[in-house]
Design a binder for this molecule. Structure first.
Ligand code: PHE
Length: 348
């Protein structure tokens, strides 16, 4: 075959290849193309076998043309093969809608401990009435815990509370009333005082409704012309906020060394609505806090002029409130750290 003949036939082959190329749309037609133009029976292969018969002066040119043809055809083939592969992948992606991403690990969100929930609720309500938050240490001086709140050394009221001594001068506080003494000392006779003080307290006590550690919230107001009706109204607002408008609030005369007069405060039993049941021991009411007008001795002992100012104070048992609010029958649940118990209060 002469060079001229070869060139002509190469042109025809390329023309034909381009024509077929544009019709390839799947692997079958791609393979056909490969067989036709690059396979054993293709013209290209026959050109290679003709090489040995080509005149030696034409050999180089002949070879170059044939190799060029091979690369043109190869390029066409590769290009189409890639296109078809990509199409295949696209198609599979569309068909197999499998989400191959790992689901994220779920973050377990904790919940507020019911005691903390009650404290936060009461403190924020009292703050809305203009009270400010004060705290004190759990290890307290005997003077602050007893003496300065009018419980001298030989007072019988100590018996109930004098339970955890650290040494001769220090105790685990038995109530939050000691914060009253701390704050009054800090204020140096200045007023008004309007504080709310949550904290943990300790007493020698243990049954289904009492624990040796529990929480109280102390309230203290000192100012001119502060009177009993201020106290009653403040407590009524607070208790209705906690337990709902439907609950009745009842005040009974009582005794505390640091208040005079003193009262105990009950709410009507939510279980029986005041009719009487096992929860309220058939009284229809449940005691929730102690309160009273600050004893003049306490004012004087802590640097206030009891002729000029008066005060009221109250102490709420947080555990008692939480037990009533969430209908919990054993106080120990609050201190057991049982995750299953605590999960019940999760908002999830
Ligand atoms: N401190 C008292 C108690 O622990 C409660 C109380 C506080 C009563 C303030 C009156 C006024 O029982």
């Amino acid at each position: 075959m002469s060079i001229e003949e070869l060139k002509k036939s190469v042109e025809e082959i390329i023309e034909e290849a381009n024509k077929q190329y544009s019709n390839i749309d799947d692997e079958i037609s791609l393979n056909e193309f490969k067989n036709n133009f690059l396979g054993k029976k293709s013209s290209l292969t026959s050109f290679f076998s003709m090489m040995k018969d080509v005149k030696s002066e034409d050999k180089k040119a002949f070879g170059e043309i044939v190799i060029k043809l091979k690369s043109v055809l190869n390029e066409l083939y590769e290009k189409k093969r890639n296109e078809i592969n990509e199409k295949k992948i696209d198609q599979r992606m569309k068909e197999e809608k499998v989400d191959i991403s790992l689901p994220g690990r779920e973050e377990k969100i904790g919940s507020k401990h019911p005691i903390k929930a009650v404290i936060d609720d009461i403190v924020s309500f009292m703050m809305s009435l203009g009270f400010s938050l004060k705290e004190g240490p759990e290890v307290e001086t005997e003077v602050n815990n007893f003496e300065l709140v009018n419980i001298p050394l030989d007072h019988p009221a100590r018996d109930m509370q004098d339970s955890f001594s650290i040494d001769d001068n220090l105790v685990l506080r038995s109530h939050t009333s000691c914060i009253q003494a701390r704050v009054m000392k800090e204020m140096r006779g200045d007023y008004p005082v309007k504080i709310i003080c949550p904290g943990k307290v300790y007493r020698r006590d243990s049954d289904a409704t009492h624990s040796h550690e529990f929480f109280q919230i102390e309230g203290l107001v000192i100012g001119e012309k502060v009177n009993m009706s201020h106290l009653l109204q403040t407590l009524t607002l607070l208790l209705k906020h906690i337990f709902g408008e439907k609950r009745q609030v009842r005040f009974r005369p009582s005794y505390f060394p640091f208040t005079e007069p003193s009262i105990e405060v009950d709410i009507s039993c939510a279980e029986c609505n005041g009719k009487g049941c096992h929860l309220c021991k058939n009284t229809g009411f449940i005691e929730v806090l102690g309160a009273g007008m600050v004893h003049p001795n306490v004012l004087r002992l802590n640097g206030y002029d009891d002729k000029k100012v008066q005060g009221f104070a109250f102490g709420i048992g947080v555990d008692r409130i939480a037990m009533l609010k969430y209908k919990i029958d054993d106080i120990k649940n609050f201190y057991s750290g049982d995750i299953n118990f605590l999960r019940q209060f999760s908002k999830e």
